[in-house]
Ligand binder design. Structure first.
Ligand code: NG1
Ligand code: ZN
Length: 537
């Protein structure tokens, strides 16, 4: 039996803001933090049911709003293998969060229990964590209360990066099995990544120091901790924007999103003595994204800023892994997954080397597509991504019998790469180490990496519209279906520009519509973006 009476108490204690409509978006439910208590309480109950439906496997609930402004927050359920929640559960989540009274909420729970034949006697086990936002403690209380009402067994993971929580879920559920992913603790996470990293760079001369913008978020905590396991002789790190406790600092003028969207350095970073050629990177607020950048040529010039985004990381990783597989004499089908936001030049570059898939925005889509390859490299342009090795690939790697020392060396590198890369989700810390390994191994700095291809000038605009739900898309979000007739108008505008591409889609995490524009001619970029945006308004 479901403990309706108990659930109802919490339901009344965490009332839904009147008139507010919640929507399960790109990564769970995300909006202003002070409106989310009811949602957190309700998703905790659904989370407990999800665990029961998976035979009591551990599932996760992460309270974060990633790169969004500090007053925002969100809650994201994590499935038992550390991946995003099964998409077929999303409509139930949306409906549950919008239920106006306890009866409607119970009705949705009953439907869910029936649809997935959930045995309520199965115990539920849920781990939850949060980032550094001021609203997190209050929301965590609502989560804990929902789980308590369900009698779930809980693990309060406290302050974690999003990828750490994904890691913990997967590590717990595989502990003691053949697939054991790692020790299911935060320390275990650091040790696993650090061990693999140290093996990968052993004997390779260290490159120059890496400057890291931690977005004043939880990434600062993780970076500080992993440095306990990676001596500065192996990787010299200069951590900036680490003010976790400072109100209003999170993602403010810094972080991966600020750098990627603005295509510029974190605000005032010159004051930290950043110099031409320095290798720099930025995490986002929950440390699941990373972008790199440096200053090329005269730093006083506007175009000296050079961004090495998710697309460039994908190119770097794809080439490197393909080469290692070849050297190791192993047939691996390496593929790459991108979204419509991938720069046209990166797609062209990758397509000349490996199969490339385009999916809708949101890592849940990329992740699933990447699983179709032996090695699936997936990155959103904004720096969210990872590399997945399929069970078959892992088997090949463990069973291969290399016949030359060079092949053996390549094989060992591949095996260690699997461990340095977070296999559950995009992870800024893990991706940072991956990039450092590849650059070190090639004895490259940013300039050589940057030279893989030249990006087409591109731009993203946010347009506030009355109802973003009026915008629906097809063809991996590259074309609008509704509002009727709008796509034809966009096509007409785009046709006027050379080598141009532009598309419009509703954001899944913010109340806006995004316009992306890309052209062969930098001088025409603003005009293209603005003209498409005008059509949308
Ligand atoms: P939306 O708001 O749906 O565009 C944004 C990012 C996604 C993803 C999510 C989750 C872009 C264009 N969109 O989604 O890639 O990272 O946030 O954080 O960067
Ligand atoms: Zn994030």
């Amino acid at each position: 039996e479901i403990p309706f009476a108990l659930i109802e108490q919490g339901f009344e204690a965490f009332p839904k803001p009147a008139g507010k409509k919640f929507e399960y978006g790109t990564t769970g439910i995300r909006t202003k933090g002070d409106t989310l208590e009811s949602t957190c309480y309700r998703l905790a109950i659904i989370g407990a049911l999800r665990s029961k439906s998976l035979n009591g496997k551990l599932i996760g609930l992460m309270v974060t709003a990633s790169h969004n402004p500090e007053p925002d927050n969100g809650i994201k359920p994590i499935d038992s293998r550390g991946e995003m929640l099964d998409v077929t559960w999303e409509p139930y989540c949306t409906a549950a969060c919008n239920a106006v009274d306890a009866q409607e909420f119970f009705g949705i729970l009953k439907k869910l229990i029936h649809a997935y034949k959930i045995d309520l006697k199965t115990p539920a086990k849920v781990i939850y964590g949060h980032d550094t936002r001021p609203s997190s403690p209050m929301l965590i209380k609502a989560v804990a209360s929902g789980l308590a009402a369900m009698g779930a067994q809980t693990i309060d993971a406290g302050l974690k990066t999003t990828p750490q929580l994904h890691y913990l879920v997967h590590a717990h559920n595989t502990a003691g099995t053949e697939e054991a992913y790692g020790e299911p603790t935060e320390e275990g996470y650091y040790k696993k990544l650090a061990d693999a990293f140290l093996k990968l760079v052993e004997g390779k001369p260290a490159t120059s120091k890496l400057t890291v913008d931690c977005a004043n978020g939880v990434g600062a905590h993780a970076l500080l901790n992993i440095q306990k396991y990676i001596p500065s002789s192996a990787l010299e790190i200069r951590a900036l924007r680490t003010a976790i406790g400072t109100k209003g600092a999170l993602n403010d003028g810094c972080g991966a999103d600020y750098v990627k969207i603005g295509q510029k350095l974190p605000k005032d970073i010159e004051k930290d003595g950043v110099q031409q050629g320095d290798r720099m990177c930025s995490f986002d607020g929950d440390a699941d994204r990373i972008v790199f950048y440096y200053l090329r040529g005269n730093p006083a010039q506007k175009d000296s800023f050079r961004l090495l985004d998710g697309d460039k990381i994908a190119a770097l990783a794809t080439d490197y892994i393909s080469e290692l597989a070849k050297k190791a004499g192993i047939e691996l089908n390496v593929g790459c997954v991108q979204t419509a936001y991938a720069n046209g030049s990166s797609t062209k570059y990758l397509e000349q080397r490996v199969p490339v898939t385009c999916t809708p925005t949101g890592v849940k889509h990329l992740h699933r597509a990447a699983e179709h390859y032996d090695v699936g490299v997936y990155f959103e342009a904004n720096g969210h991504g990872t590399v997945l090795f399929s069970p078959d690939a892992l088997k090949l790697l463990s069973e291969a019998k290399p016949t030359t020392p060079a092949a053996e060396d390549a094989l060992i590198q591949l095996r260690n790469l699997v461990d340095v890369i977070n296999q559950t989700v995009g992870d800024a810390i893990s991706d940072m180490l991956l990039v450092e390994v590849i650059l070190r191994s090639r004895q490259w700095d940013c300039e050589e990496w940057d030279a893989l291809y030249e990006e087409l000038p591109n731009k993203m605009l946010k347009v506030i519209v009355k109802d973003r739900a009026a915008f629906t898309t097809e063809d991996a979000e590259r074309r609008l279906v509704t509002p009727t007739g709008l796509q034809a108008k966009i096509d007409e505008v785009v046709a006027k520009y050379k080598d141009a591409r532009s598309f419009v889609r509703p954001s899944g995490t913010e109340d806006c519509v995004r316009v992306y524009a890309e052209t062969g001619l930098a001088a025409e970029l603003d005009s293209l973006a603005n003209n498409v945006a005008k059509l949308v308004q």
